[in-house]
Design a protein around this ligand. Structure first.
Ligand SMILES: Cc1cc2nc3c(=O)[nH]c(=O)nc-3n(C[C@H](O)[C@H](O)[C@H](O)COP(=O)(O)O)c2cc1C
Length: 180
């Protein structure tokens, strides 16, 4: 059987993507940020509705305000830029998840690290982003250049606490139907 050619680059990018919560203060150049947002724009969506919008927050005061909408939002404070993912009236959560992953993978391809952050306090998220009444903003992506040393220390701690890595495939794959 003839198999189509493989792209290890894409596969390896997916396989190696991890969140980063410690960022250096270096700004992300505008053209790099635009490439990252462009990848988000190209996400496929249900009926091609493209029910999303991005609120880009790159100043410290704005990031602090956005962070106040989440309960574990340290990465937003530490980021160079955070992008609030807005689900517009015609959008849905599945599509927003795809946008988030595309943004994170595109960022990684440009050497920019990222962390999704939940905005638990929806009224506060609405207030700080200024979104219209029929829109919703539950997640943001914190972006920046990784601060390797503290990041490595945090990752080692998480591994020691057993909150790292992924479940084995055998635990999550059921063939044909759910099996015990
Ligand atoms: C929908 C979603 C919401 C998340 N919210 C937060 C958050 O509020 N704060 C945070 O620090 N990390 C958050 N994370 C990051 C997860 O904790 C992280 O993806 C998970 O621990 C796996 O990390 P790893 O990819 O580095 O292994 C979120 C991730 C997802 C997918």
């Amino acid at each position: 059987m003839h198999l189509p050619s493989r792209s290890d680059e894409v596969y390896d990018a997916i396989r190696s993507l991890r969140v980063v919560r410690a960022f250096r203060p270096d700004p992300i150049p505008r053209e790099v940020l635009d490439e990252i947002l462009e990848a988000g724009r190209w996400t496929g969506s249900s009926k091609n509705r493209q029910g999303w919008a991005f609120v880009v927050v790159d100043d410290a005061e704005g990031r602090e305000r956005l962070a106040s909408a989440g309960s574990f939002s340290g990465p937003i404070r530490a980021s160079a830029v955070s992008v609030a993912l807005v689900r517009t009236g015609e959008g849905n959560d599945f599509d927003i998840g795809r946008v988030a992953q595309n943004i994170m993978l595109a960022a990684a391809s440009r050497g920019v690290a990222s962390c999704p952050v939940t905005l638990h306090h929806s009224d506060r998220a609405r207030q700080v982003t200024g979104i219209p009444a029929d829109a919703e903003c539950r997640y943001a992506i914190a972006l920046g250049y990784a601060d390797e040393e503290p990041e490595r220390a945090q990752r080692t701690r998480r591994r020691q606490q057993g909150v790292s890595g992924r479940k084995p495939l055998g635990d999550i794959v059921h063939r044909g139907a759910w099996s015990q």
